[in-house]
Each structure stands twice: as structure tokens, then as C-alpha cells.
Design a protein around this ligand. Structure first.
Ligand code: GLA
Length: 388
């Protein structure tokens, strides 16, 4: 039998080679796929993501009485990056180091004293793929630091601290979707999260039982939630809610849409319609999964994509092509996943047509002159934890 330390030996060894001593332990946090419920999180609504079997692992050692942070990434080429915890500036242009630094900064802002630390990162979440590669780093780091500082924080508190790091330090006005999936995911389940009260219901999601798989199509179109597109969608939602006299768009149902259409300008109305119908689709997806299983949700995925493409306008030609080519080749349903403007699409695909779907997507991208996408299957995996 191999011990947990043995299984993480590669990371312990890398840590020792770089820093010259032993790590205190190894922690991990996964990336996520959002099954459905996009741009609903910051509207107090519903989301249904799952943690995926691609993850960031961090080997960490604290440096008591020091304020120095040293970071190395197995995927980086920049060697050991060194920072002083007392000189961190929000949006300081630290590259990937922004993510571990941001959660250390947020922990300190909440009154938890963080000592200096050394961290070696190794991640299998493709960077910039829209699968929350950045949150995987943040959640692995905060899980490690919370334990090493002896802070007793609930999963909900960790989610909110990670969001604070993301909003105030990284500078992306994002919600709680990604952290919640990464920190609270469980193998074989999707995380049905009410973003108003952070309550979670784990919904069994077993595509394999229905001879299906969830294919990710990473378009490799770079996206960022720190530039204008994400923030302007959020602002339109807040303006819509204010004009309609509700605290958040979560408080509207599809029956309110005719009134919204009368009161709002066309653009704001379409932003609102996306969020209101998307919330309804999340609830429908949960009930379809419970009563019929994964094979029953294809049309909901399709409708979600159309709403994001036409009403919320956060898709792009590569995402649309990923979705349409996968559907035409036999996927049961497909949609872009995550914040949009690039990143990945997901396609719920019968095993029997997997190779056709893969070939059709690659062929369509090649014919359109787009960069070759990366395709891989994912399944619901466990959330952040200590590995050794
Ligand atoms: C990004 C953000 C999330 C969420 C999604 C859209 O992933 O980090 O908070 O808003 O976009 O659903």
C-alpha cells in the first residue's frame, strides 16, 4: 500500500530541490465545469457546477517570524518569485503569483496573521481555459494557509475570503461560483448552490451511468474577467434590478419579464432575460437530473447557450462553433461554460459517438481557420483537501 506522502512524493521532491528543505504538506483544489447557471451567481441566483478531475496541487511550508513569500510553478519559466507580505499592492501585476498572494492578503485583511511561506505549484487545469485554473490555485493555497495558521474557517468563509482576494486583490468583480465548486465539490456530484444564502445540495451527476461523457472543448481563446466585458454585464444586471425595484435579479421570475420589457431599454432587458431564464433552467436541470438522469438535460444546455449568445452576448465565434459542431455530430446538448468571451464549451456526448464528435469539432475549427482546440473528458471529482 502506498502512503499519502508516497503518492505526493513528486511534489515533496520538487519542493526540496527548489527550497532545500521539506514541505509541511501537500494540498489540492480542483478546477470546475459549470453544468449550467451562468452569470447568475452575482445576481443572488442558482448555479450547478462540479469540481473536475484536473487540479492544482501545492506543497507549502510556512516560515514563522518571516514575511517573505517564495513561489514556484512547475508550469512557469520564471524560477522562484519572491514577495514581501507587507508590500503587497492590489492589482500589482504579479502574474500567476497574484492568486496565492491574493488569498494570503485576504486572510490578513480578515484578521488572520499569515507568516511568510514557500509554495511549489503543479497544476493540471489548463491555464486560461475557462475551467477556473486561477481559482484552483487560490483554493489550494487558502486551504493550506488556513490549516497551517490554525484558522478555523468554514467552507463558506473560505469561499468568501477567496472571493475577496479575487475582487479586491486580483481585480475581477466575480461571484462565488468557482470557489464554491472547488472548495465544496464531491466526487460523482454537482454542487447545486443558492448564491443568496450559500446553501448547497449535492446532486448526483453520473454521466457514465447513462453511457455519456462530458467533453470539454477548450477553444484556447484567451479571456479575462478583469477587463470590461464581465464588469459591464454585472453593471447591467444591477441596473436592471434597481429599475425593477428588486434587491437582485434572483427576485424575478419569468412571469415578470413582460413588465421588464416595458420598463427597460432593449439591451438591459436582454441581460435581465438571460439571468431570469438561466435561474429557471438551473432549477429545471436539477429536477431533470433527479427524476431522469443526465440524458435528460441536453435541451437545457442548448437553451442556456442560445441565451448567452443572443441575450447576454458573451459567446464568441469559436465557442459557437464548438457548440454547433458538437451538436451536429451527435452531442445531446452543448454550451459555453464559465464567464465567456473565450475559454471552454462543454458537450454532453454519448460514448458511442465520442470519436465522431471529437473529429467533427477539430474539422470544423480547421475549416474555419481557428486555432486547434483541446478536447478532453471530465467527471465530477472531490473538492479541495489536504493530500499529504
Ligand atoms: C466567472 C466568475 C464566476 C461567474 C462566472 C459566470 O467564472 O468567476 O463568478 O460569474 O464567470 O457564471
Amino acid at each position: 500500500m502506498t502512503s499519502p506522502e508516497h503518492e505526493q512524493q513528486d511534489l515533496f521532491t520538487s519542493f526540496r530541490e527548489v527550497f532545500g528543505h521539506e514541505a509541511d504538506g501537500v494540498w489540492m483544489a480542483p478546477g470546475r465545469v459549470n453544468l449550467i447557471g451562468e452569470h447568475t451567481d452575482y445576481n443572488d441566483g442558482f448555479v450547478l457546477p462540479f469540481a473536475i478531475d484536473r487540479r492544482a496541487r501545492v506543497a507549502v511550508r510556512t516560515l514563522p517570524d518571516s514575511r517573505t513569500v517564495r513561489l514556484v510553478s512547475a508550469q512557469g519559466t520564471d524560477g522562484v518569485l519572491e514577495f514581501d507580505l507587507d508590500s503587497l499592492e492590489p492589482q500589482g501585476g504579479y502574474g500567476w503569483a497574484t492568486y496565492p498572494l491574493g488569498v494570503a492578503w485576504a486572510l490578513e485583511r480578515s484578521g488572520i496573521r499569515v507568516p511568510g511561506f514557500e509554495l511549489f505549484l503543479d497544476s493540471t487545469v489548463p491555464l486560461g481555459s475557462g475551467l477556473s485554473s486561477s481559482h484552483a490555485i487560490e483554493c489550494a493555497t487558502i486551504t493550506a494557509l488556513a490549516e497551517l495558521t490554525g484558522a478555523s474557517l468554514s467552507a463558506q468563509e473560505l469561499v468568501l475570503l477567496t472571493q475577496k482576494g479575487e475582487n479586491d486583490f486580483v481585480g475581477a468583480p466575480t461571484g462565488i461560483l468557482d470557489q464554491s465548486a472547488s472548495l465544496r465539490g464531491e466526487r460523482g456530484h454537482a454542487v447545486f448552490l443558492d448564491c443568496r444564502d450559500q446553501s448547497v445540495e449535492l446532486i448526483p451527476f453520473d454521466a457514465e451511468a447513462d453511457d455519456l461523457l462530458m467533453l470539454v472543448i477548450d477553444t484556447r481563446v484567451a479571456h479575462s474577467h478583469s477587463d470590461g466585458g464581465y464588469a459591464s454585464r454585472r453593471a447591467a444586471c444591477e441596473a436592471g434590478a434597481a429599475a425593477l425595484g428588486v434587491p437582485a435579479l434572483r427576485d424575478l421570475g419569468v412571469d415578470d419579464l413582460p413588465r421588464a420589457k416595458e420598463l427597460l431599454d432593449d439591451l438591459t432587458f436582454r441581460r435581465v432575460r438571460h439571468v431570469v431564464t438561466e435561474d429557471a433552467r438551473v432549477l429545471e436541470t436539477v429536477s431533470a437530473l433527479k427524476s431522469e438522469g443526465a440524458a435528460a438535460i441536453g435541451s437545457l444546455l442548448d437553451a442556456s447557450h442560445v441565451s448567452m449568445r443572443d441575450d447576454f452576448e458573451i459567446s464568441c465565434p469559436e465557442l459557437d462553433l464548438a457548440v454547433s459542431s458538437a451538436r451536429d455530430a451527435g452531442a445531446l446538448g452543448a454550451r459555453m461554460t464559465g464567464g465567456g468571451f473565450g475559454g471552454s464549451a462543454i458537450a454532453l456526448t454519448p460514448r458511442a459517438v465520442e470519436s465522431q464528435v471529437r473529429a467533427a469539432v477539430l474539422e470544423a475549427f480547421s475549416a474555419a481557420g481557428f486555432t486547434e482546440p483541446q478536447l478532453f473528458a471530465v467527471s465530477p471529482a472531490e473538492g479541495a483537501r489536504r493530500l499529504a
